[in-house]
Design a protein around this ligand. Sequence first.
Ligand code: PLP
Length: 396
Amino acid sequence: MNNRELFLQHVAQTSDAPMALEMVSAEGIYQKDINGKTYVDLISGFSVCNIGHSNAKVIAAIDKQIREYMHLIVYGEFIEAPQVRYAKMLCDLLPPHLNSVFFTNSGAEAVEGAMKLAKRVTGRSKMICFENSYHGSTQGALSLIGDEYFRQSFRPLLPGIYHYPYNDPAVIKAIDEDTACVIMETVQAEAGIIRPDGDWIKAIRDKCTVTGSLLVLDEIQAGFGRTGHLFAFEGYGIEPDILLLAKALGGGMPLGAFIADREHMRQLTFNPVLGHISTFAGHPVSCAAGMAAMEVLLDGNYIAEVHQKELILKRRLQHPAIKKIRTAGLWACLEFKDFDTNKKVIAACIKAGLIADWFLFNPSGLRIGPPLIITVEQLEDVCDKILKAIDDAGVK
Ligand code: PLP
C-alpha cells in the first residue's frame, strides 16, 4: 500500500473528502508534493505559518533546544528557560494587565482554560458567545461554537451558554451581573472574515467592565500580524481581560496560551490547588520555536506591509464570479455564488499550484491568508493565478 492508501485506512478521518496531498518539503510560502509539484500556500496552515515554512532561525532554535532538553516534568513545576523567556516577551508586547501566561498545547485547550478561569474569578457560570464563531473541538469549546449543525450530535454540552449574532447590539443588554465572560473572536475567521463594528466591540468592552464580566478575545487565528496589528484588538482601541493565542504562537510547533492578569491567574493555585494542569503544555521546544518565530515576525517589516498587501487583494481580486470580497489585513474571503462554485474554484486553484480552501461556516467563501512574508510581486502573481483559476473553473 502507498501512503495515500495507508492514510485513508489508518489515519482517522473526519471528512469524506480530505485534500490528501502528500508533501515532502515546505519552505517560505511554498510546499512541494511527492511528484515535485510546487504549491503556494494560500492558507498558511490555517494561520499557523505567518512567517512561512522552515524559517532558518526557527529551525536553529528548535535544534538548540532539543539538544539541551525536551520534556522534563509537568507544566509549571520546573523553571524552563524557553517558557520563561517567551512568556516575558509576550507580556512585554501586551497591555500591563496581561502579565501572566498559561501555556497550553492547543487553541481549544486555551479556550478551556479561559472558561475555567472566568468561572473561578467571577464565581459565575453564564457565558456569552457568538453565532458562526469557532473556538475548537473539545466539549467546552464546542459548547461555545456558533453553529448548531456542529453541536447537535454531541449534546448534552455545557449549560448557561448563550449565542448572539456577531455585531448585534442586543448582546450588550444580555451581558449582566450573572455573566462570567463574553468569549469572542476579535475578527471572526470561519464565518468568512467578519470584522466587528468598532462601536459595538467597544460597547461590549464597556458593559463587561460595568458588570464585572471578563472579556475573552480569541485571537488564535487573528493574532500575530494577520490583521495588520500584532494583536487584532489593537485595531479597535480595546483590551481583553483574557487573550487566547495558539496557531502561529508556536512558530509551526504545537502551542497555545491564555493570558490574563497575574492576580486572576493566581486563583487557579487554590481552591483547588492545581486548578489547571497539563503534562506537555508549554513544551520547551514549542516555546523556543515560538519565540524565534516572534522575533522573525517583529524584526521584519511584515506587519507594516500588511495594509499595502490588503489593498492589492482588494484591487486585484475582481471577477464577475466573485460576489464580494471581505478583508481584514492579509486575510480575505472571496464570496462565490454557492459551495459548488467555490469547490470548482478550489479544485482549479490546487491544479494551478495554489493551496486553497473554504471556511467552516462559510462554504461559499474562498480563504486567502498566505504567509505574511509573501512579497508584493509574489502576491500580484498569486492574484493573477487565482483569477485564471476562476476562469479555468468555468464558473459564473
Ligand atoms: N479558536 C479559533 C478562532 C480557531 O480558529 C481555532 C482553530 O481553528 C481554535 C480556536 C482551536 O484551536 P486548535 O485547533 O488548536 O484546538
